[in-house]
Design a protein around this ligand. Sequence first.
Ligand code: PMP
Length: 395
Amino acid sequence: PGAEPGARWREQFPIVTAHPELAYLDSAATSQKPQAVLDAVQTYLTTSNANAGRGAYPWANRTTDLVEQARRRVKEFLHDPAPDRSAVHFTSGTSEGLRTVARDWLAPHLADGDEILVPFADHRANLDPWLEAARSLAGRGVAVRVRALPHQAASGDYDHRALAEVIGPRTRFVAATHVHHVYGGDMNVHRLRAAVGPDVPICLDAAQSVGHLPVRVNDPALDVDFVVFSGHKAMALPGTGAVWARNARGPVLRPAGWPGTPNTVGIVSLLAALDWLDEAGPDRIARHTAWLTTRLTDRLRRLDAYEIRGCPASLAAGSALPAAQRRHGIVTFRHRDIPSDDLGFILFGHGFMVRADSLCQAGASAEDGAVRVSLHVYNTVEEIDRLLTVLESLA
Ligand code: PMP
């Protein structure tokens, strides 16, 4: 029953239905696009393509309206409780969004002796910009201490017990991740907020949560100051993303007005994508992918040949995964004997498109390669069962 809405969703993705022999299991890298998004792009380009914020004619005005509409739509999508005080800045994806927050907001806010907490075991895109900000300040004689957000290798979550040791009176900023791109687990931002207190800004890398589960900033459990995400992982075109800034704690990002030509087509696609996702329902999407993910993890855990990342050995087989260990559409694993790039190749021989490398995880080396299966609305239980049959035959 959990997979039922999947069929209704799937038929709206032309690239997926055109290739029934293939299974796209790499949505954590980028999502496929529904017809509604393709239509919105086609309509825009054939009726009103122009530059935004300039031009005294209807196409230009319409383009400007669409960009502003998309900005409001991002706030609405995130359930922003105070849209008049917040800001949305469009980017090419999460990497550029995090770089923007680090360079335009964080760096000017830090003083000598301040400390920032950053994740050393998450996506590189959520580490390098913070290190870069600290380095650029050091060059100007401002020493900022970078501390690692403690992480539990066994479960993939942050180590909330060890947090107290790294938080101090000079902690000025925390960069965290919502859903981990390797482990797929929900990083419990609520406990992070409780540990740092109400006044330390938290920037959330929501690349793997927006479009997959509700990301609602009016939820006290998600009391963060910045939400950074990729539109292209959430049904919009490549080269799209956004930074949402709560604004209540001070001025936000530089780009007010029109500093250059924005990616208008991408922004139009993001507007349509957010409409599509809200219509499908983030809660329903989360249930669908959680159901498929649990099916995959539970059967994979019974096979000794596979080791699942962030799945404690004590849980490797047998009892049901506790709720805190549930995965959001991402399962990363390696085979005991088959190198991961070979396994990726073998799987493609059976029509499965997966990611197989070190997954851009900060600190990971080539030997840390693994196979990542990542799911979205268009994936089905048949695909998961077919994949399991192949994985079982290799065990
Ligand atoms: N953060 C996380 C958690 C991600 O999974 C990704 C994409 N793999 C990124 C950041 C980077 O996103 P983008 O490629 O859109 O810049």
